[in-house]
Design a binder for this molecule. Structure first.
Ligand code: EPU
Length: 337
């Protein structure tokens, strides 16, 4: 069984910080996954699943076993004239999967183009971008229960999705390993063009000429224009959640800062954390090899040799500064280990 000791995680996290895992195994089948779990059983060490490491920050060496899920495969489960159920294994890389679906004429994922990470990691944090969330297209998830080794099917409802979260990040945290995800896609284009930046990017294209492929191209263009490519500059996308505040508090802040953006959500208002961080003066900040991206204030970056601890320290300084200036607490969206 291929379990390696003391493995450098530099290539297994998109921040590209150096940290070592005491044990590490890459698994390409459910059977291999079961074997590795059997090896782990009874050992008093922590266990962690990793996809592409695009939402994680290693603050220090990892004292347990990391399993890199590399199970591949895409199959059509069912198709009708207007819809298709597509199953993708957890180790498929997200963006090539989206591209594959578009080429086959399976639509719905185009707004989620270019998100880093794997298919198996996508439901955990209910990935979302440009007006679409994974939960809008997910049919079901199959996952292996670590304690029993049994497979369980989770319907969309069972997944308990919310903004950047799910039952796999909350009540069932670290209890299941997602092996595959089935998506409910459409064979007829069903475009979602609500997100302002997307609308703007498509403003000079007549509505009837907008195809899912064009939406995907535009989303890629917008992302590339402001989010750094992790292969060029280490980062994990948005570092913090966008905070929600009460309407009264929003009105008070709006009186002080008339350009404060806010999106009503029920009784609260969601504010872009990027705006708060930029207003607090951090955009483009750099200290040694840690910094805040110059084109997007919500993205912390590793300019080369930063350590996880240095990035965490910077994130804490940003939290303190935003709390002091606006009285709003920011919480990391990135998982800090
Ligand atoms: N803004 C600033 N300064 C900046 C950048 C943005 O003030 O440097 C303000 C602007 O007012 C802008 C607003 O923030 O209109 C929103 O910015 P953007 O459209 O880039 O979205 P976001 O809220 O920062 C969220 C997701 C992203 C996702 C985009 C697009 C979270 C935590 N992040 O970012 O997801 O791509 O919307 O839908 O919800 C990720 O999770 O890693 C991620 C990149």
């Amino acid at each position: 069984m291929p379990i390696q000791a003391n493995v450098d995680l530099h290539h297994f996290n998109t921040f590209h910080v150096s940290a070592r895992s005491r044990w590490f195994a890459e698994v390409a089948t459910v059977e291999a996954l079961r074997e590795v779990l059997a090896w782990h059983k009874g050992k008093d060490i922590p266990l962690m699943l990793l996809g592409q490491g695009s939402n994680i920050l290693f603050r220090e060496n990892y004292p347990g076993l990391i399993i890199e899920l590399a199970i591949k495969g895409i199959t059509v489960q069912q198709s009708t004239e207007s819809s298709v159920l597509v199953q993708a294994m957890g180790g498929e890389i997200w963006h090539p999967f989206v591209t594959h679906c578009l080429k086959q004429g399976w639509y719905g994922l185009e707004n989620l183009s270019l998100i880093p990470g794997t298919v198996g990691a996508a439901p955990v944090q209910n990935i979302g971008a440009y007006g679409v969330e994974l939960k809008d297209l997910l049919h079901e998830v199959q996952a292996l229960e670590i304690a029993s080794g049994n497979m369980k099917t989770f319907t969309n409802d069972d997944c308990g999705f919310s903004y950047r979260s799910s039952v796999f990040k909350e009540d069932l945290r670290e209890q299941y390993i997602i092996t595959d995800v089935t998506f409910s896609l459409s064979s007829k284009p069903r475009l979602n063009l609500e997100y302002p930046a997307l609308q703007q990017a498509l403003s000079d294209v007549p509505r009837e000429s907008i195809t899912p492929q064009l939406v995907s191209d535009k989303v890629c263009e917008i992302r590339r224009s402001k989010l750094p490519d992790p292969d060029m500059l280490g980062n994990a996308g948005s570092f913090f959640w966008n905070p929600r505040i009460g309407q009264d508090r929003f009105a008070e802040l709006k009186a002080l800062y008339p350009d404060l953006p806010g999106y009503a959500e029920g009784n609260s208002v969601k504010i872009p954390a990027a705006w708060l961080i930029e207003k607090a003066g951090w955009k483009g900040y750099r200290d040694g090899d840690v910094g805040v991206h110059e084109r997007h204030a919500l993205v912390l970056v590793n300019h080369g040799g930063a350590t996880g601890a240095e990035l965490v320290a910077l994130s804490e300084r940003i939290q303190a500064s935003v709390a002091e200036k606006f009285g709003i607490q920011l919480w990391p969206e990135v998982r800090i280990v």
